[in-house]
Design a protein around this ligand. Structure first.
Ligand code: GNR
Ligand code: NI
Length: 171
């Protein structure tokens, strides 16, 4: 397995729109395994292919306490979203050390393909619902900070650019 490099905001590649996977084959399963390893290593509760510069509709999620219940969503599609909204303090591996409240539909229903290419549907609430919506946004080129005010987003951009510069200086 291979650890993949996670892109950091404001990298323009985070705004590319992912294409559907044409065929769930060994190549895709290898990618899923590498994405899972990268997510667990971070550690994070989810990872979208966009974050590792692969622009295909693939998501891995594990919201279990012991991080031993991997969920894989290939070509995920939103089937339904509740009108009831909920606010959650979100973070992102592409925006390390920044957390802020985002309001999203409380419950959702999603359909996707599993690692064998078999379709399934799933209803989600709580952290799984938040995480799925956060990851599906990534596949559309959207990072959670885009829900924040212009002021907050600018502050985050500046801090991230400063941090990237410091990292280069350390090499
Ligand atoms: O690890 C993560 N935690 C998290 C917490 C609240 C809402 C969303 C997330 S997803 C994030 C991993 C990540 O960046 N996925 O894209
Ligand atoms: Ni994220």
């Amino acid at each position: 397995m291979t650890l993949l490099t996670v892109l950091h905001y404001p990298d323009p590649r985070l705004h590319k729109v992912a294409k559907p996977v044409a065929k769930v084959d060994e190549r895709v399963r290898k990618l899923v395994a590498d994405m899972a390893e990268t997510m667990y290593n971070a550690p994070g509760v989810g990872l979208a292919a966009t974050q590792v510069d692969i622009h295909e509709r693939i998501i891995v999620i594990d919201v279990s306490e012991d991080q031993n219940q991997l969920m894989v969503f290939i070509n995920p599609e939103l089937v339904w979203a509740s009108t009831e909204k909920k606010s959650w303090r979100e973070g992102c591996l592409s925006v390390p050390e920044f957390y802020d409240e985002v309001e999203r539909p409380d419950q959702i229903q999603v359909k996707a393909l599993d690692i064998h290419g078999k379709p399934f549907e799933l209803k989600a609430d709580g952290l799984l619902s938040v995480c799925l919506q956060h990851e599906m946004d990534h596949l559309l080129g959207k990072v959670f900070v885009e829900y924040l005010s212009f002021l907050k987003r600018n502050r985050i951009s500046l801090k991230m650019k400063k941090r990237a510069k410091e990292l280069v200086g350390q090499r």
